[in-house]
Design a binder for this molecule. Structure first.
Ligand SMILES: [Zn+2]
Length: 92
């Protein structure tokens, strides 16, 4: 059972609900991408490719995550370092 960093129960835990099945998360991501959303990623699914944000221009990962943590932000001034396309967002 996963706990928030604060040690409090998550809403799901409080309600006694099981984790959302990975397949449901993957399906939701796929539907969103198929409908035209460009930067859909999964949170808190460590090791899953869907944790990352991919460039819509070249398909390379521009933000890599594990769970809730950003491992690498490859953007340079909000642009993909491989193809130079601008990735919308507020980038630090
Ligand atoms: Zn690119």
């Amino acid at each position: 059972m996963q706990r928030k960093r604060s040690g409090q129960l998550t809403r799901r835990e409080f309600l006694g609900l099981p984790p959302t099945p990975l397949r449901a998360l993957e399906d939701a991501r796929r539907v969103a991408l198929d409908e035209g959303l460009r930067y859909v990623y999964l949170m808190n699914v460590p090791g899953h490719e869907g944790n990352n944000t991919f460039c819509e221009g070249c398909g390379k990962p521009v933000v890599e995550r594990v769970g809730f943590k950003v491992l690498a932000d490859h953007l340079s001034a909000g642009r993909c370092p491989s193809c130079g396309i601008s990735i919308p967002g507020h980038w630090a």
